[in-house]
Design a protein around this ligand. Structure first.
Ligand code: ADP
Length: 182
């Protein structure tokens, strides 16, 4: 066992993800995590291979605003492997959410890989609450991009108010997509 593993805190969980954007499902996992752990770090992964709708700085400020009323929750960005980020801040638990059987398959593979990379880090899963299991960031982006003007109320079923505002601002300034050839 590496000497530095002694400093990992099993009461400090990291909830890592893309959060592009943060959904009510993500927020539900964060809230429930607060009741289980002493400290939660929401960690936004910066992946240079992806082109997110919101920059990591934008996601950082949106999530900070949304979680501000919650105690013992902080928000950070990280590059590289999540397990390395956990170790760098001394957190001993990786918190993940599970929605569907498809999630289980990919999360299982990721957990095994993370365990091989750092066996001292434990992964804890929270099953999505019933009302949130169908929500994904890609669904939210589809509704926001393809929905008609004035349809923002339907987004309120998926995201917190700060995210509706951010989506509205983002899509207003987005250049329109070129029409596809007939
Ligand atoms: P990633 O790119 O890591 O999948 P996401 O932002 O999509 O990032 O998800 C981060 C974590 O939150 C993952 O564990 C995912 O399964 C979980 N998650 C996503 N949506 C929901 C939801 N509606 N309810 C519960 N957990 C969710």
């Amino acid at each position: 066992m590496p000497a530095e593993s002694l400093s990992l805190n099993r009461r400090h969980a990291v909830y890592a993800g893309s959060f592009d954007p943060l959904s009510l499902g993500h927020l539900d996992v964060i809230r429930r995590g607060v009741s289980l752990f002493d400290r939660i770090t929401v960690a936004i992964g910066i992946n240079p291979a992806k082109s997110p709708l919101f920059s990591h700085q934008e996601r950082l400020s949106i999530i900070r605003e949304v979680v501000a009323p919650l105690p013992r929750v902080e928000v950070a960005c990280f590059e590289g492997l999540a397990v390395n980020f956990l170790r760098s801040i001394g957190a001993g638990v990786m918190l993940r959410g599970l929605r569907t059987l498809t999630d289980i398959e990919s999360e299982f593979t990721m957990t095994l890989a993370n365990h091989a990379l750092d066996p001292d880090i434990e992964t804890v899963f929270l099953m999505a609450s019933e009302g949130y299991s169908h929500i994904s960031s890609s669904l939210i982006k589809q509704v926001a991009l393809l929905g008609q003007e004035g349809q923002e109320e339907s987004l309120a079923k998926f995201v917190p108010p700060a995210v509706i505002l951010a989506l509205r601002n983002k899509l207003r300034v987005r250049p329109s997509m070129p029409a596809s050839p007939a």
